[in-house]
Each structure stands twice: as structure tokens, then as C-alpha cells.
Design a protein around this ligand. Structure first.
Ligand SMILES: [Zn+2]
Length: 140
């Protein structure tokens, strides 16, 4: 797909804006010896040590997004969660370095009021709104 010059510049700016998390994600993926694949402009990383790390999170996850990097417990998990995580990638493009503080602040605000800081988090509500499994985009 060919982008107009303006859209191309905006795409570049989105990558730059989210890059602190993307760079951290790539570094973590290299340290954990993950397998890398690139799908739709996103680097996906999976492997046994990624699976172990995601399982040790306060809320164990099948996948987790860092900028333009998505970690998955394995390749199938990445397939299943791709649409959901793509929404988080767009959120990183919108919020840039502010994304994680904004996400955590929303969760803390909800938890402090006895509500579900994950499922009721506006960032998750937006992501779950498009959440249906999609097996059509897997590259081998
Ligand atoms: Zn999510």
C-alpha cells in the first residue's frame, strides 16, 4: 500500500513517538532470546522465556504490547490476540511516552474505587471492543 507523503510522515512520527517503548521491547526480546516476526508493521516476539516472564506478571497475560512490539507466550497466542494488541499499538501511537503512566493511572484510579482496574480500564475497553480471534494474517 502506497501512502501519500503526508501520511508517510505521520506514520514515521507515530513510530518515533512510541519508540521509547518499542526500543525497550526489542531490548527485552533480545535479552530473553525471543523469536522475532514482523506483521503489519509490528514486531512480535515469543518464546519460552517470554512465556515465563508473562506468566510472572501481576496479571498473567497471553500477550503484552510495548510500543510497536508485542510479546506473546507463543505464536498462536499472538494470532489470537493480534486485533486486541493492535488497538494497544494505536494507543501507544496516540499517547507515546505518556501511554504507560496514563494506563497505570487509570487502573489505580479504578482499583482505589473498588472497581476492576483491568477490565474497566478505558484502554482495555477500547481494545476488547474489537477483540475477536483473527487467524487470517499469520505469516509462516
Ligand atoms: Zn489489553
Amino acid at each position: 500500500m502506497k501512502l501519500s507523503p503526508l501520511k508517510w510522515i505521520l506514520r514515521c512520527l507515530a513510530y518515533v513517538w512510541a519508540s521509547p517503548y518499542t526500543i525497550a521491547g526489542i531490548a527485552i526480546g533480545l535479552i530473553l532470546g525471543g523469536r522475532f516476526q514482523r506483521i503489519d508493521g509490528v514486531v512480535e516476539i515469543f518464546g519460552p522465556r517470554i512465556e515465563k516472564a508473562l506468566g510472572r506478571m501481576p496479571m498473567p497475560a497471553m500477550a503484552m504490547t510495548f510500543g510497536h512490539v508485542v510479546f506473546g507466550v507463543h505464536a498462536v497466542a499472538l494470532d489470537v490476540t493480534r486485533r486486541h494488541e493492535a488497538v494497544h499499538v494505536k494507543q501507544y501511537e496516540r499517547w507515546g511516552p505518556l501511554f504507560v503512566p496514563a494506563y497505570l493511572a487509570a487502573s489505580a484510579y479504578l482499583y482505589a474505587r473498588g472497581r476492576d482496574g483491568y477490565r474497566e480500564n478505558p484502554f482495555e475497553i477500547e481494545a476488547y471492543a474489537v477483540d475477536t480471534p483473527d487467524f487470517s494474517q499469520r505469516e509462516s
